[in-house]
Design a protein around this ligand. Structure first.
Ligand code: CA
Length: 224
């Protein structure tokens, strides 16, 4: 899932990008209305997160032009202004949802997931054995027992659950969870797999993370 963030406040744009990437999304940023429109028109994104107050074209103009060009990508609008008038104007311009700043991470992820689900294809949780991974909340649960995962733990667990019994190499985990430009090494992966094993045990999960030399990791369900 590929998400475009159009936001001129660099720090906020980077924070949202990091948050989305920690949940397994691919995220790119544009810092003004013109480039946001140009990227959005490419039609390669599954969702556009669009700030209203932008230099040049504002968010409402951007979404209006996207809709005029028959671009149906869902748009989540962000604004510091939470007045009813602004929300109505934004929705009339073609936005699908409105989120007022400041918002918290879970609120944003819930909106993103809801909009993507409407598009189809987005799942809320991954299940294997007696265990499920909540993709919006970042929690791992087994019956009533639940444990919150850190961003990196979540990233590793998500990759493992998506791959099921197939092996996931340490290099691939490093690339997908830590990113190309990080200084992380394979030892980091081993450390986080250790954390995950403890957390899986702590909730009574029947999943085991098996390591196979040179191939990497895969999940097994106890007793199967
Ligand atoms: Ca702004």
């Amino acid at each position: 899932m590929r998400i475009l963030i159009v936001e001129d406040e660099r720090l906020l744009a980077e924070t949202v990008k990091t948050l989305l990437e920690s949940r397994g999304f691919t995220a790119e940023t544009a810092c003004d209305g013109e480039s946001g429109l140009a990227y959005g028109e490419l039609g390669i994104y599954d969702l556009i997160i669009l700030d209203v107050m932008l230099p040049g074209l504002d968010g409402r103009q951007v979404v209006r032009r996207l809709r005029e060009k028959r671009c149906g990508t869902p748009v989540l609008m962000l604004t510091a202004r939470s007045g009813l008038e602004d929300r109505v104007e934004g929705l009339n311009a073609g936005a699908d949802y409105y989120l007022a700043k400041p918002f918290d991470a879970r609120e944003l992820l819930a909106c993103v997931n809801a909009l993507l689900r409407r598009q189809g294809g987005q799942v809320d949780e991954l299940r294997m054995g007696n265990t499920s991974l909540d993709l919006a909340a970042g929690t791992l649960s087994c019956g009533e027992a639940q444990v919150r995962l850190s961003a990196k733990e979540f990233g590793v667990m998500r990759q493992l659950m998506q791959s099921g019994a197939r092996h996931v190499s340490k290099e691939s985990l490093l690339e997908k969870v830590w990113g190309y430009d990080s200084n992380a090494v394979e030892n980091h992966v081993e450390v986080y797999v250790g954390f995950l094993r403890k957390k899986l045990r702590s909730i009574g999960s029947d999943l085991r993370i098996e390591a196979v030399r040179r191939l990497g990791y895969h999940l097994e369900v106890d007793g199967e």
